[in-house]
Design a protein around this ligand. Structure first.
Ligand SMILES: [Zn+2]
Length: 150
């Protein structure tokens, strides 16, 4: 157990405790000094990236004419990003070309499900269902719209 002074590329020098074999410690130092951001800069970078992702999702959603989500500012920012990813995933998995091969009634059901998803304007809905993925969301929509039972 020893303390090492590590000069991060972000310009911060930190004194850190390293464990393990000596050569492993030096490998860790070399790695951190060539590639790493210090913990604080890494955390700041993540926050910044998330904010950028949220901003991009909000702009794209606005361009696409998606409904404005409701909820706290934080929820809306997060949910807008989740919704954008989910709807993108659906259009990637179910392309228009593919839809044209579906019989018309099937296509109508699918479109009703997508429309139902588009009408979900509560941030909570997108946050609560964020793990479902494209298929899961469509299945939920199918149940809610009655498309599955019909
Ligand atoms: Zn730093």
């Amino acid at each position: 157990m020893a303390q090492y002074s590590i000069n991060y590329p972000c310009g911060h020098t930190l004194t850190e405790q390293l464990y393990g074999k000596i050569d492993e410690r030096y490998r860790t130092i070399a790695y951190r000094e060539s590639n790493g951001l210090c913990g604080e800069c890494f955390a700041a970078k993540k926050v910044e990236m998330r904010a950028e992702e949220n901003k991009a999702a909000a702009e794209e959603s606005h361009t696409l004419g998606l409904v404005q989500l409701e909820g706290s500012e934080k929820q809306v920012a997060w949910a807008t990003t989740i919704r954008k990813k989910s709807l993108d995933e659906i259009s990637e998995q179910f392309t228009e070309a593919m839809m044209l091969q579906f019989p018309a009634p099937e296509r109508a059901k699918f479109e009703a499900c997508v429309a139902w998803l588009h009408s979900q304007n509560q941030s909570r809905f997108w946050i609560d269902n964020r793990e479902r993925g494209a298929q899961g969301l469509l299945k939920l929509a199918a149940i809610k719209t009655g498309a599955l039972a019909a």
